[in-house]
Design a protein around this ligand. Structure first.
Ligand code: SAM
Ligand code: SF4
Length: 389
């Protein structure tokens, strides 16, 4: 009986993928190892949103060289976004890795691992990835990013349960690698989601988090996120429903009314703004202005009593002047976020921003803006917690 260990970095998409992959391995007869060192199979579920995340993963993979030397029959696999982005490059930077499997091909994870144990001679370095969006026909690309929703057995510690309602992203924000590594946007049919949540509720799950890159844009035929929330709220046993991440332009009144009216639905919305400067938002390809973001914020607070918001910001994006940055500070102060996740811009190969704009903001300016904005946010969070507003 072989044992496995999954190391996960990155967002909730990866957390869910690891849970699904772990479930599939358990069903195939593998056992969960207590520690990484004990495992016969190590899967590294990776993130490529920022360069720093990738560097840390390659260092961690480097540290597994000794484990591989001591257990030469073991299997080391790289899955997740970096697998799709780097493909064969992974073997150059970490030659002891056995296979690389993109997030759109998790459907063949178990057979890939089993082949490595069973086939003699052992298959050499395999890469299984989805097609690149820029160089292939859309229908072929869609087909190559497989929707992966195997049934899961709920672990004791798996609460609240993540439920994916959308795959991929079609927004193409100029800085972001996600549309390339996670593929085209695909909303799951509402009935499939309802069935999955009913299955989870039967196993005792009471709280769910609906996940997708732009959940507020969920659309399957006529069904939108508001419709889905009404359907899911009717499921007996489901007491709490959260959803992340929202896209500012698709927060409409129907959605806000559903959030207001459904007692099971969280009154907290995570809506990444990224910047408060129109010039920067335009270069980021975000399709809204700071004024439109403010207007959306007003609608949220006016429609949903007691609503709270959190956001994401990128500081030091190409060409961000002091005035642009000050506009971001103003937006943060105006919106009274409960919290903000603040990132320094990191150019990602293959994205429009990396192609079109110079990464011209010095590292120390990025660092200063990151810390400064964080201090402002911390003060707002403190005042909100103390009910000063
Ligand atoms: N789909 C979500 C959205 O639209 O905000 C989240 C996607 S991304 C995984 C999470 C956050 O990472 C983004 O909101 C953005 O702030 C940040 N991010 C994405 N690409 C980045 C880059 N190249 N450099 C720095 N931060 C980045
Ligand atoms: Fe990336 Fe923009 Fe899609 Fe979010 S909406 S995943 S930031 S491209």
């Amino acid at each position: 009986m072989h044992t496995f260990y999954i190391e996960t970095v990155g967002c909730q998409m990866n957390v869910l993928d690891s849970e699904l992959a772990g479930s599939a391995l358990l069903r195939a007869g593998f056992q969960q190892a207590e520690t990484l060192a004990d495992a016969d199979v190590i899967l590294y579920n990776t993130c490529s949103v920022r360069e720093h995340a990738e560097d840390k993963i390659y260092s961690a993979l480097g540290r597994l060289k000794n484990w591989k030397r001591e257990k030469p029959d073991s299997v080391l696999g790289v899955i997740g976004c970096m697998a799709q982005k780097d493909q064969k490059l992974v073997f150059q930077r970490a030659p002891h890795v056995d296979f690389v499997l993109g997030p759109g091909r998790l459907d063949i994870l178990v057979e890939t691992v089993e082949k490595l144990f069973n086939e003699k001679p052992r298959p050499t370095k395999t890469v299984c990835a989805s097609l690149h969006r820029a160089t292939n026909k859309h229908t072929d690309v869609l087909e190559s990013f497989r929707q992966y929703n195997p049934e899961r057995t709920v672990r004791d510690d798996a609460s609240p349960s993540l439920v994916r309602i959308m795959f991929g992203c079609d927004q193409f924000c100029s800085y972001c690698v996600v549309p390339f590594v996670r593929g085209p946007e695909q909303s799951r049919p509402p009935q499939d989601i309802v069935n999955e949540v009913q299955h989870l509720a039967r196993q005792g799950i009471t709280a769910i988090t609906l996940i997708g890159q732009t959940v507020s844009s969920y659309q399957h035929q006529q069904a939108r996120l508001a419709d889905l929330l009404y359907q899911l709220s009717n499921i007996i046993g489901i007491e709490h429903i959260d959803f992340v991440t929202n896209y500012p332009k698709s927060i409409d009144d129907n959605l806000l009314q559903a959030v207001r009216d459904l007692s099971q639905v969280s009154k907290h919305l995570h809506v990444p703004a990224q910047s408060g400067s129109d010039a920067v938002l335009k270069r980021m390809n975000r399709h809204y202005t700071a004024a439109q973001y403010r207007e959306m914020t007003n609608r949220i607070y006016d429609t949903v009593p007691g609503a709270t918001m959190t956001s994401d910001f990128i500081v030091g994006f190409c060409g961000e002047t002091d005035e642009d940055y000050e506009q971001t500070v103003d937006l943060v102060k105006y919106c009274r976020f409960r919290n903000s996740f603040i990132f320094k811009y990191s150019p990602r190969p293959g994205t429009k921003a990396a192609e079109l704009y110079v990464d011209d903001i010095p590292e120390e300016v990025k660092k200063y803006r990151n810390n400064h904005l964080l201090e402002i946010q911390i003060e707002i969070s403190r005042q909100l917690a103390a009910n000063v507003f």
